[in-house]
Write a protein of this length. Structure first.
Length: 102
């Protein structure tokens, strides 16, 4: 009887570990989580030859400021350039659209 009980406990313990085979391993973040942390939204650009300002994720920033680990490197009239480590990111104020005439 003890052997049967021990075997049952061992068997149930192994099912608990394998309960969800689709769940990522600990410490591994999903693509959706990574995208959420790096998703920055450009709301406003006040561009001037000097003293340009932008609003990203509700924060008022100028060149050299840091947001979510990115340094605001450049402010242009329609987009900004952010950088961290070896990565460069451009945020555009408006979505680029193309028009095909047929």
């Amino acid at each position: 009887m003890r052997i049967l009980f021990s075997f049952s406990v061992l068997l149930l313990g192994s099912f608990a570990v394998c309960a969800d085979p689709t769940r990522p391993a600990r410490g591994v973040s999903s693509a959706a989580q990574q995208q959420a942390t790096t998703s920055l939204q450009l709301h406003l650009i006040r561009w001037q030859e000097s003293d340009s300002l932008v609003v990203i994720d509700g924060q008022l920033l100028k060149t050299g400021d840091v947001i979510h680990g990115y340094v605001l490197q450049a402010i242009h009239s329609d987009h900004v350039v952010l950088a961290r480590a070896d990565e460069q990111l451009q945020l555009f104020l408006f979505q680029k659209m193309t028009h095909n005439d047929e």
